[in-house]
Write a protein that binds this ligand. Structure first.
Ligand code: UDH
Ligand code: MN
Length: 404
């Protein structure tokens, strides 16, 4: 039985230990010591992916811009630069993605001082091992584009890539055609530089881990395999949507992407099917790193669900050789070298063809009086290609029907 006297003794001993611990903690900074003790008792995070708001092991705070300010333009002789290491020392792991209100393109520009006009970048201190073009189909999504640029530029710089970002902007108000815009992007990017890899990238998908390297594999790679909207899982085995990476050779082997999917849906499955019809397999990164956050949105105006998509998909085996890169007809309207990307505005025509007849005009008196003010065709036709180099502050036009 414990006597009252020994009870007091235990209490004094306990208080004494507490006093010693407190004295130790206060000696070299309380916070440092507490975090040290917590770390001893915490189970190590082997994936580094356990929490979105948690401070990550690799990248301090999961901040995609962390450590990038150490990069600066050196005065090394560009002909004698060492080859970049096989694995970039800047790669850190999970990135914390959030969408703060009030972000501006000027702010993105300020945070990316080494990005050259046209959204071009080369590592300042080593010769990149990979040359990657990012192709983004676009119309009326400036808000998403701003966030993508905010995250994608530093993400690619962490990977020490030689890259350029291309925005392929569909002119006019006719139904959107994502896959055809990719064909345009492929041709226009390859015309400009000898890229060894092309990333076909939706504007609203933000990568969440910089170990997801934007380089090509030996087979076509489906990259956006774990999106938040699908519970960070592949929705079905043949899924090839969102972000994919192909070499020019892969692209030509499958005759590029289809041109005739107007509206939402089907084209990504057609592309997946083409990979196997071209005699290739699909590769994928691990679900730990192929993670993406999709900026929430509704179906766009001008991109209604394509009701023909299932019938078209059933015929891909017969059509893939006669519809694709070899038959992509379009009219380049402009190529603008913006501070953070190259903007390619293009007329891709309509289902009726590139130069579809203008809609019939009802005999209106006002029009007869002012023939010069006749309503334009739905998409501009016969507009000569314009190369705009000096205009670096122009944003892509919101109202694309005015983009003539
Ligand atoms: N895109 C545009 N403008 C458009 C339509 C599409 O830029 O008007 C581009 C953009 O890059 C986009 C991509 O095409 O990321 C794919 O289109 P999407 O984002 O509409 O495709 P997603 O599969 O569609 O994300 C989901 C539809 C959401 C409907 C929700 C209703 N439940
Ligand atoms: Mn989307």
């Amino acid at each position: 039985m414990i006597s009252i006297q020994s009870k007091w003794r235990y209490l004094f001993m306990f208080l004494g230990i507490q006093l010693v611990v407190m004295a130790l903690l206060s000696r070299e900074g309380y916070q440092k010591r507490v975090s040290y003790f917590i770390r001893i008792f915490r189970k190590p995070d082997t994936t580094g992916l356990s929490g979105r708001n948690q401070t990550t092991v690799g990248i301090p705070g999961g901040d995609v811009y962390a450590n990038l300010s150490t990069l600066f333009k050196t005065h090394v002789n560009e002909d004698h630069m060492p080859l970049c290491p096989k694995t970039s020392p800047l790669i850190g792991g999970p990135i914390h993605v959030k969408f703060p209100s009030g972000l501006t393109l000027a702010e993105v520009q300020r945070k990316n001082p080494l990005v050259m006009r046209g959204g071009r970048y080369r590592p300042p201190d080593c010769e990149a091992r990979h040359r990657t073009a990012i192709i983004i189909p676009h119309r009326n999504r400036e808000h998403h584009l701003k966030f993508l640029l905010y995250y994608l530029h530093p993400f690619l710089q962490r990977q020490q890539l030689n890259y350029r970002i291309y925005i392929i902007h569909q002119a006019g108000t006719y139904t959107f055609n994502r896959a055809k815009l990719m064909n345009v992007g492929f041709r226009e990017a390859m015309r400009e530089e000898d890229w060894d890899c092309l990333f076909f990238h939706d504007v609203d998908l933000i990568p969440e881990d910089d170990r997801n390297t934007y380089v090509c594999d030996s087979t076509p790679k489906h990259v956006a395999i774990a999106m938040d909207k699908f519970g960070y899982k592949l929705p079905y085995n043949m899924y090839f949507g969102g972000v994919s990476a192909l070499t020019p050779l892969h692209y030509l082997k499958m005759n590029g992407f289809p041109n005739n999917y107007w509206g939402w849906g089907g084209e990504d499955d057609d592309i997946g099917l083409r990979v196997s019809l071209g005699g290739m397999y699909i590769s994928r990164p691990s679900v730990k790193v192929g993670r993406y956050k999709m900026i929430k949105h509704k179906l766009d105006k001008g991109n209604d669900v394509n009701p023909k998509r299932f019938n078209m998909l059933a015929k891909t085996r017969q059509t893939w050789k006669s519809d694709g890169m070899n038959t992509a007809e379009y009219e380049l309207i402009s190529r603008e070298y913006m501070p953070l990307y190259t903007n390619i505005t293009v007329n891709i025509g309509t289902e009726a063809g590139l130069h579809s007849p203008p809609p019939p005009h009802p005999p209106e008196k006002a029009e007869e009086k002012h023939p010069e003010k006749k309503a334009p065709a739905e998409v501009p036709v016969n507009v000569p290609a314009k190369i705009t180099e000096g205009d670096t502050n122009k944003k892509p036009t919101q109202n694309t029907s005015n983009h003539v």
